[in-house]
Write a protein that binds this ligand. Structure first.
Ligand SMILES: *Cc1c(COP(=O)(O)O)cnc(C)c1O
Length: 243
């Protein structure tokens, strides 16, 4: 079961080379791109092997989309592993996840932001979050509408426990990754626009640097369009089997 560390090293090396190549061919690419390995559904030992092999090769963190699974794996594995949370977060799980993940990619409602803030203030921490954006307005997806973002950012002044570090999106599932390009380009332009507006009014609670976009099928296009974080699962671990 699971891949030996040498295979993870080879896979991650190849991915880093692809990321570097995609970056080199586009003027819109970000100067630094963080590779995240999405270890959801994979056993803890496999996640650990991936981290061990990947971290020296620039793997930035492991990412999980379910609170319970994140906590279970974390409790079994070395404390130096960095974790991000990328799934839809229910308000009743906020308490459990705070302090456990360095970045929450999936802040998708004001109600959730208020709950994160409330818990963060109790713990006296500031929680780094990305705003999840439903760029293509798919009814099946979580995420804020593009036209809600600026009001959300402005109102977040009143939530000192929440730090908004950028935007995240899950592109529509398409056959040809080129079809996802407009979605990624749109997320970049939304981030740039928000950043300009925030600079004008000197909002210090906003730090709109990050663009979390790109998965196994479309990460090269996402890098070309300015991703600062790509979230790769099946490309690193193989196809997921849901049990
Ligand atoms: C599962 C998941 C990924 C990784 O998907 P792959 O296609 O396996 O790379 C990335 N982002 C989110 C939010 C996910 O849930």
């Amino acid at each position: 079961m699971g891949l030996p560390a040498a295979d993870f090293a080879e896979i991650i090396n190849n991915i880093q080379a692809e990321i570097a190549a995609a970056r080199a061919r586009s003027a819109n690419a970000a100067p630094r791109i963080h590779l995240l390995a999405v270890s959801k559904t994979r056993p803890a030992a496999e996640a650990a092997a991936c981290w061990q092999a990947g971290q020296p090769l620039g793997l930035a963190a492991l990412a999980e989309n379910k609170v319970q699974e994140l906590l279970e794996k974390k409790s079994k594995l070395p404390a130096d592993i960095r974790w991000h949370f990328i799934g839809h977060l229910q308000t009743n799980k906020v308490k459990q996840v705070l302090g456990q993940a360095e970045l929450i990619h999936s802040l998708d409602s004001w109600h959730l932001a208020e709950e994160i803030n409330r818990r963060a203030e109790t713990l006296q921490i500031v929680v780094k979050c990305l705003l999840e954006v439903n760029v293509a307005a798919e009814s099946s997806k979580f995420g804020l509408r593009p036209d809600e973002l600026w009001d959300f950012c402005k109102s977040a002044r009143d939530l000192p426990g929440v730090r908004i570090c950028g935007l995240m999106t899950v592109a529509p599932a398409v056959d040809n990754p080129e079809q996802a390009r407009p979605v990624f380009a749109e997320l970049r332009s939304l981030r740039d626009e928000l950043r300009q507006r925030a600079e004008k009014v000197a909002y210090s609670h906003l730090d709109l640097q990050e663009l979390s976009m790109g998965m196994s099928n479309d990460y090269k296009v996402a890098v070309e369009e300015g991703a600062t974080m790509v979230r790769l699962g099946s490309l690193i671990f193989g196809a997921r089997v849901y049990r």
